[in-house]
Design a protein around this ligand. Structure first.
Ligand SMILES: *[C@@H]1O[C@H](CO)[C@@H](O)[C@H](O)[C@H]1NC(C)=O
Ligand SMILES: *[C@@H]1O[C@H](CO)[C@@H](O)[C@H](O)[C@H]1NC(C)=O
Ligand SMILES: *[C@@H]1O[C@H](CO)[C@@H](O)[C@H](O)[C@H]1NC(C)=O
Ligand SMILES: *[C@@H]1O[C@H](CO)[C@@H](O)[C@H](O)[C@H]1NC(C)=O
Length: 658
């Protein structure tokens, strides 16, 4: 096969050439400098990608002295993060710290794989221990991870989706137990939608357990028994010698778990031994690249009596994890892994697919720049195409990347690239980052449907919010836990008990935390806390012209809304990996944050666009009452109408763009 002759450096060279040559006029000079650097860095690849999360892990890693920076090109700064180039144990690596949470983890992984010549990813950091046979200071190298934060939040009697894998009934944790009713109803755990290079484009499959690469796990098992650190310093040591265990299960969510009852639930429902906030979002699986995650255990995730041990033992856990990196493979080991998975020799499979795509991208970009359009799921896509506003490009109607189809064409005479990202924050962040890195884009218009949590709005209306909060990044605390000083709001499960009694519930309380926002225009690697992500002012002003536009009232001749729908610019929206279908939680969101809509992607698209310095706007049609209804959720009936109204607004908005 001729393609076998294609070596990774050539491949990498091609990526950069295309980006460089193609859209120089549209790319700011800072980006051009980075791209030239990347080209030089890639010419010496392939590399193993190393990914940590937060400063204590980075300090432990850099503190070992094992990482030797490349004297010529020690780093490249991209989208507010510093990618460090060097070697460890003589093996070529590119190291980056992504920041806390799934949006950061997904965006960075996608960027690393798209721009650098990376053969595989080693992700490492600390985690909470939720298995009583494990101890603080131990290191876990799990065989698989689940995103245990992707939920349908249902009313107590709400119907469970057949795809869902487990339920948590809040009322079961009421104290005193009473009749076990709690207005917060139940959480129903959903699988992720996985797009993948090894499947048909746009044909997502449901995935609850994401497996790490088998070959790699076998290599890792040789680490069992290795010597780990027992002491933080001369006066503070663990009671026992820490151990390294390969092959357990891990869980990931945008939740810092510090609650005994929830810890117990996770262990019993999923058999997971650790809880972290990034691992399952490291999206290599979509990209067909091998991955492994190494997590040191820093605390008991709420199982402790007294203070969480994270502050005391976090540094030790990070150090032990960094030590386990001794086994970081060379990229040739990763090639062996690729071969095992793909049944082809080193990386060739991805490269064949990618090379073909890259040639097309090069030609597509030559005709740019484009406005990026992103929807989430098929009913939204169907509504958009049904409007007939999208005219595919005659020569290159699409490019397939990482399991998604990026369609090239025009709307209202304006050049656009359209993609459907899939449900949830991980998909939204990864697809947005990829679109911005691979194509010549001027800004992002994100659209679809949302739940309505504002009683002055109605189903069928269209909202174009001025700002979005990520209302799913939490500290989950014990009932008597102390809220971290910078958390901005609190939800106490006990205050929803029925009968109220003394208002105790073992699920304790949720502290609402911030995202960490990295920005291209900020200092590299210096994240700022972000709760409200602002929509670009200029685009919002343009959008104001849409108010008063004619929207549809009827699904068909026999199903119509009772009133004429309206379009409102300037409200607030909230996003989390949660499909809200619970009246009490809907009410909490409205009361606490004055948000009018809930969805599962917007914040991730907005934050990722802003990190990269692009304007962004979100247009969502309201499809249901997010649990506030009596009877069935209206999404089945009115979802298509809401999607149609949003698509019409988008088409009109694109017409306004210069
Ligand atoms: C908990 O950890 C122990 C010790 O490593 C292990 O043998 C056991 O299988 C783990 N439990 C689960 C449910 O994975
Ligand atoms: C050892 O570490 C603990 C926890 O960080 C700290 O409280 C203590 O002061 C340290 N002791 C010494 C001798 O450095
Ligand atoms: C919380 O505090 C109260 C009063 O101090 C105590 O009675 C109760 O046992 C504590 N609950 C938990 C779960 O620690
Ligand atoms: C109109 O749409 C509703 C909701 O989807 C559906 O139940 C009904 O069968 C449709 N009626 C006609 C006449 O198509």
């Amino acid at each position: 096969m001729a393609a076998k002759l294609v070596t990774p450096p050539y491949f990498a060279w091609l990526v950069l050439t295309c980006l460089l040559v193609v859209s120089v006029s549209a790319i700011p000079s800072k980006k051009i400098i980075s791209l030239k650097l990347i080209k030089q860095v890639n010419s010496k690849g392939p590399y193993v990608g190393l990914l940590t999360v937060f400063p204590p892990e980075e300090r432990a890693f850099l503190g070992t002295g094992d990482f030797k920076p490349n004297p010529e090109h020690p780093f490249v700064d991209l989208s507010g993060r510093r990618y460090r180039v060097g070697t460890i144990y003589g093996k070529k690596v590119i190291y980056v710290r992504c920041g806390i949470g799934m949006v950061n983890a997904a965006a960075v992984t996608q960027q690393m794989l798209d721009l650098f010549d990376v053969a595989g990813i080693v992700h490492f950091g600390s985690s909470g221990n939720i298995n009583n046979s494990m101890s603080i200071g131990d290191v876990s190298i799990p065989k698989q991870f689940a995103n245990t934060g992707l939920w349908n939040w249902l009313n107590a009697k709400g119907a469970v989706d057949p795809d869902d894998v487990a339920q948590l009934e809040v009322g079961k944790y009421n104290v005193p137990k009473g009749d076990g009713v709690n207005l917060l109803g139940k959480l129903s755990y959903s699988p992720e939608q996985l797009f993948s290079v090894s499947r048909e484009p746009n044909d997502a499959t449901t995935l609850f357990w994401a497996g790490v690469s088998q070959h790699w796990l076998k290599l890792a098992s040789s680490l069992e028994g290795m010597e780990l650190e027992k002491c933080v310093n001369s006066s503070l040591c663990l009671p026992q010698k820490p151990k390294l265990v390969v092959g357990l299960k891990g869980s990931t969510a945008d939740i810092f778990v510090d609650n005994a009852a929830y810890r117990d639930f996770l262990y019993k429902a999923f058999g997971v031994s650790s809880a972290d906030m990034e691992s399952s979002a490291v999206t290599c699986l979509s990209n067909g690249i091998p991955v492994i995650a190494i997590r040191g255990m820093s605390d008991l995730a709420g199982g402790q009596s007294g203070e969480n041990a994270m502050d005391t033992y976090g540094s030790l856990a990070a150090l032990n994890t960094a030590k386990a990196n001794a086994m970081v493979p060379g990229s040739s080991d990763f090639c062996a892994v690729s071969a095992e998975i793909m049944q082809v020799s080193c990386g060739i499979f991805e490269q064949m697919v990618k090379l073909k795509s890259l040639n097309i991208i090069k030609e597509v970009n030559r005709k740019g720049p484009y406005v990026g359009l992103i929807t989430v799921y098929p009913p939204e896509e169907n509504a958009f195409f049904a409007s007939k506003a999208f005219k595919p490009d005659g020569k290159h109607p699409f490019v397939d990347l990482s399991g998604r189809r990026f369609r090239v064409g025009k709307v209202q005479g304006k050049k656009v690239i359209y993609v459907r990202c899939g449900v949830g924050m991980v998909n939204a962040a990864a697809a947005t980052q990829q679109m911005l890195d691979m194509f010549d884009i001027t800004g992002i218009v994100h659209f679809g449907i949302a739940g309505n949590v504002d009683n002055s709005m109605s189903i069928g209306d269209v909202t174009i919010p001025k700002q979005f909060a990520h209302t799913g990044i939490w500290d989950w605390l014990n009932p008597n836990g102390t809220l971290p000083a910078n958390d901005i709001a609190e939800l106490d499960f006990g205050s929803y008990n029925v009968p109220k009694g003394d208002g105790m519930n073992l699920l304790g309380k949720i502290g609402y935390s911030y995202e960490q926002f990295f920005s291209k225009s900020g200092k590299p690697n210096t994240a700022i806390p972000l709760f409200w992500a602002q929509i670009s002012e200029r685009w919002l002003q343009l959008a104001a012209g849409l108010e008063g536009m004619e929207l549809e009232r009827c699904v068909n001749s026999s199903a119509c809304l009772s009133q004429k729908p309206k379009l409102v610019v300037g409200l607030r929206g909230s996003t989390a990996n949660i499909f809200v279908d619970n009246a009490a939680y809907r009410d909490f969101l409205y009361q606490t944050y004055a948000v009018s809509s809930v969805d599962m992607e917007s914040f991730a698209v907005v934050m990722t666009s802003l990190s990269n310095g692009y304007p962004v706007i979100v247009i969502r049609g309201l499809s249901d009452l997010a649990g506030g209804q009596t009877g069935q959720n209206a999404i089945q009936t009115f979802g298509p109408l809401a999607a149609r109204n949003a698509a019409q607004a988008v088409v009109k908005f694109i017409g306004y763009l210069s």
